[in-house]
Each structure stands twice: as structure tokens, then as C-alpha cells.
Design a protein. Structure first.
Length: 213
């Protein structure tokens, strides 16, 4: 079963006390301020500020807006123009802009969108992009798709490789024992190949929108 973030904003709220890195640039303080405004109920002001930042090219502001567009109905943003209903088209435009800039968070979100509508070939493309750049949820999904032959050819070596890559992060962390049944289906030589493909120093990318605390 794949990881999904279609209730992105639930993650945004439930993990708001945890530490997550966002870009350490000149807009960091503004991002934090907008985050606090949103969480304290000043949604219109926060969104207006994020829109201004997004127009200036700020990646974190674009990402925040894309998630809000996706979950506008759940968050209750009907008082704000274009936010009364979930607006997946606007979210997709922002995600695609970010993907073109090399943002793995946006790639994961695009993968989810295509996955939800059973367009597995496209979903796999975006998940793989995100997985290779350190998104644990994407690493798990890529492993799952290789295991099932969903959106790509079935490849147990690659599947195990990506499960093990995800296992290097707290998100998975099950170790080899968590995929022992899968490992038993390949030769020892193939298992060694899977392990040789791991990137031990790959930085983990957080898809949540929390500000540094």
C-alpha cells in the first residue's frame, strides 16, 4: 500500500510542533510569519502574503499555496477568492513550476495526483524523481511499484533497493527483516546488488509544511 498525502493539511497541522527545514533564505522570516498567521486563523492575510512571495519566485510559498489549493474545502477557505473549492488545476500548475525547478516535494505531489487517477506510468516518473532526491514517501512508493510492476516493469532488485533506501529514514526504518519475504525471492547475488545501489548519505527531504522551531 502506497503512502499518500491527499490530506496534506492534516499533516501540516498534526506535525506543526515538529522541526522541518525550509529554505534558509531571506524570506525565511516571512514564511514563519505567514505560517503563524495561518495557524492562528488569519488565513486571508497569510495567503495574500504567500501569494506575494510566490510571485517573487519563492519555492516554499508556492508549495504552501499548492497544498492549500488542493485542500481548500477541508481547511475552510471559502472567504478567499479561488479557495472555496479544492482547486487541483491551480495546485498542479504550481507543482509543475516547482518540478521544473527541480523541487522533489512537488514531484512527489504530482506523482500522487497521477497515482490517484490510476495513471501509473506518469506517477512512477514523478515518484522516481522525488525518490532519487531524498523523499522517503516516494522511495516507498517506487519500491512498491517495482514490486508490483505498476507503472514500470517488475524488478525485485530495484524494489528491495528502494525499500532499503526508505529504511534508512525514520519513515520506514523496518530494516531487512521488514522485507524478508521479498528478499527470499531473489538470489544472494541480486540482494548484494540491491544493497550496492543504496545511497547512504542521501539527505532526507521533508514534504510537510512546518516552519523551523
Amino acid at each position: 500500500m502506497k503512502f499518500f498525502i491527499f490530506f496534506n493539511f492534516l499533516i501540516f497541522i498534526f506535525f506543526n510542533s515538529l522541526i522541518s527545514q525550509v529554505c534558509a533564505d531571506s524570506n525565511q522570516g516571512l514564511f514563519d510569519k505567514n505560517y503563524e498567521l495561518l495557524m492562528s486563523g488569519h488565513k486571508e492575510e497569510a495567503i495574500e502574503n504567500w501569494m506575494e512571495l510566490a510571485e517573487k519566485g519563492d519555492a516554499d510559498a508556492k508549495y504552501a499555496l499548492a497544498i492549500l489549493y488542493s485542500d481548500a474545502e477541508f481547511v475552510g477557505l471559502c472567504s478567499i477568492k479561488d479557495f472555496c473549492k479544492n482547486n487541483y488545476k491551480k495546485a498542479q500548475v504550481l507543482y509543475e513550476e516547482l518540478y521544473d525547478e527541480g523541487d522533489p516535494r512537488a514531484a512527489y505531489a504530482l506523482g500522487e495526483m497521477y497515482d490517484f487517477f490510476w495513471r501509473y506510468n506518469k506517477a512512477f516518473k514523478y515518484y522516481l524523481f522525488a525518490a532519487e532526491r531524498g523523499v522517503p514517501e516516494a522511495q516507498y512508493n517506487v519500491a512498491n511499484m517495482y514490486e508490483r510492476g505498476e507503472g514500470t516493469r517488475k524488478d525485485l532488485v530495484q524494489s528491495i533497493r528502494w525499500y532499503l533506501q526508505c529504511n534508512l529514514t525514520p519513515l520506514c526504518g523496518a530494516g531487512e527483516e521488514g522485507i524478508s519475504d521479498l528478499i527470499s525471492q531473489i538470489s544472494e547475488e541480486d540482494f548484494e546488488e540491491a544493497k550496492s545501489l543504496l545511497i547512504n548519505d542521501l539527505e532526507s527531504i521533508d514534504i510537510r509544511i512546518t516552519s523551523v522551531r
